[in-house]
Design a protein around this ligand. Structure first.
Ligand code: MN
Ligand code: MN
Length: 298
């Protein structure tokens, strides 16, 4: 089962300008074939369906703990999209066409289907699909797939980074490049232990260090490229059978952290009257407070 912490894995900067087309591109990192919803659901189902988890506990613990981190990545990319969209439109009466700014943006779902927030879909508006999940049940094949998935995800992040310099997108991608690098290495090391092959000779794919990205360098310097989190205070500790030794590129000591990263507050999304969201007027709110009081909740 799961517990939930009302924090983001890192702090995202306040957005100083809106860029709805950048937000549309960032959707690929959320609901694309190689997006966070895919890494999440691949590891989620692989962990549910794992055969022989007692015997193969370090591998099960690895997939299970990374699953929890990926859910936080889904949250982080969604929040980044929400912040990048903030300020695209301003309130106005319906006849003043207050949503006009959304008319010629790349993803009109951001203006029609949601109140200018993240969609469970990709950069072309296609919904995320369950057949992006690969779970053969063969441990080496699934680990090999996860290694490939993380390398593909890394490529897409690097390309979106090159498409937009929006500070919120850059901060989020810089962090996820570093965390994705950890996952690439973790699956490589798992394959090395499972098969004896030296996978670390293959990485990084693409052959470009995180040091080439201004927004990733900071997170590398903070040690995020050396740490694997259990995302649990009691379980999944046998990841330390796999995540040990030194980083092949930086030489830094690999470290398992019991628990989660420290995290940061989740930014508040302001009301958007032009989208009727959340659609609670000041008078409605007073009535709600009265009803809560009457039922003894306040
Ligand atoms: Mn991720
Ligand atoms: Mn990952």
């Amino acid at each position: 089962m799961f517990t939930r912490i009302n924090k983001l894995q890192i702090e995202l900067p306040a957005s100083t300008f809106a860029d709805a087309n950048a937000a549309a591109a960032v959707q690929e990192l959320l609901g694309g074939k190689f997006g966070e919803m895919s890494t999440l659901n691949n590891y989620l189902f692989q962990s549910f369906n794992f055969r022989g988890k007692t015997k193969l506990k370090p591998f099960y613990d690895l997939v299970a703990s990374i699953t929890a981190e990926e859910l936080g990545h889904v949250e982080l990319v969604s929040t980044a999209i929400n912040l990048i969209l903030t300020g695209t439109t301003s309130p106005g009466k319906p006849d003043s066409t207050p949503l006009h700014e959304g008319l010629n943006k790349r993803n009109t779902y951001h203006f029609i289907a949601t109140a200018q927030t993240a969609l469970a879909g990709d950069s072309m508006g296609q919904p995320w699909r369950g057949d992006y999940v690969f779970n053969s049940g063969n441990l080496v094949l699934d680990l090999l797939h996860n290694f490939f998935l993380e390398c593909g995800a890394r490529t897409h992040k690097m390309r979106v980074y090159e498409m937009t310099n929006h500070p919120v997108a850059r901060e989020m991608i810089g962090y996820l490049l570093v965390r994705g690098g950890v996952h690439v290495l973790a699956y490589a090391k798992a394959l090395e232990i499972a098969t004896g092959v030296d996978m670390t000779k293959l990485i990084p794919i693409p052959d470009l260090s995180n040091q080439q990205f201004d927004s990733a360098r900071k997170f590398e310097a903070m040690g995020f490229g050396r740490k694997l989190y259990t995302f649990s205070y009691d379980d999944y500790r046998d990841v330390d059978q796999i995540w040990k030794g030194t980083h092949p590129e930086t030489g830094g000591k690999l470290e398992v952290i019991v628990g989660t990263p420290e995290g940061s507050p989740i930014p508040e999304l302001r009301e958007l009257p032009e989208e009727f969201a959340p659609g609670i007027t000041a008078d409605d709110y007073l009535e709600i407070v009265k009803r809560l009081k009457r039922s003894g909740n306040l």
